[in-house]
Design a protein around this ligand. Sequence first.
Ligand code: AKG
Ligand code: FE2
Length: 271
Amino acid sequence: MSFQSQGYLVLESFTSPEEINAMRKRMDQLLDEFDCSSTSSIFSTKNQKHTTDNYFYESAEKVSFFFEEKAFDEDGNLKQPKQLSINKVGHALHEIDLVFKKFTFSEELSSLLKSLDYKRPVIIQSMYIFKQPGIGGEVVPHQDNSFLYTEPTTCTGLWLALEDATILNGCLWAIPGSHKGGLVRRFIRDEEGVHFDRPFPSYEEKDFVPLEVKAGSLVVIHGDLIHQSFENQSSKSRHAYSFHAIDTVGCKWAPDNWIRRKVDPEPLYVS
Ligand SMILES: O=C(O)CCC(=O)C(=O)O
Ligand SMILES: [Fe+2]
């Protein structure tokens, strides 16, 4: 099976056009309702500017909005409408918003996690990622287990394309088989904020393959797979709904992860 050997799997037409539409429409509404002036937290995985930002920590149990780094001019004003300025919305859409909850807690998703041998899975975070035209920021190479660590590791990324993802608009790239090398480093939260416990390893660009997928495809990502995406320099957005499962039986959630929940998440099922 290619998931075991490559560390990822593309499930084409996992989601119907109607479901995709419902999620996109719902996000349109959430954006319209979002009052830009009340918050501004720029999300960047490159410079970790958000690290000391409580807005980021509290987003673990909320629906919060993070701007693209390149959304602002020198005076700090948005260069384009808010709808084209948001990098992502996270990290509890799957709990709080009924449209996203319905998809996340679907039978299809539970069956998939059962086939991956999850005993009592929870979705520990979700993100609506926009990859905006022209300014959609890069996501540097990483492993999801770094951010959502259990002992032993149990994280799986679930990445649903809400639009066609291509090389031009900033699709995912991954190093096939890289999950076999194990976890390279962790993202730790302590009194000073968040930081990685080891330096950024360098990767060879030639080892990455593009994961170009159609809207409705679900990409299943092993928690140790090295993956990334480049800046979107095209005129087309690349929306995706990305969420992460961990198990809660046979492993322990690390207390020094960035997510520190007040309320434990509900399991998708218990087996
Ligand atoms: O959507 C992207 O560009 C990256 C997303 C990602 O790394 C993830 O969902 O784990
Ligand atoms: Fe990731």
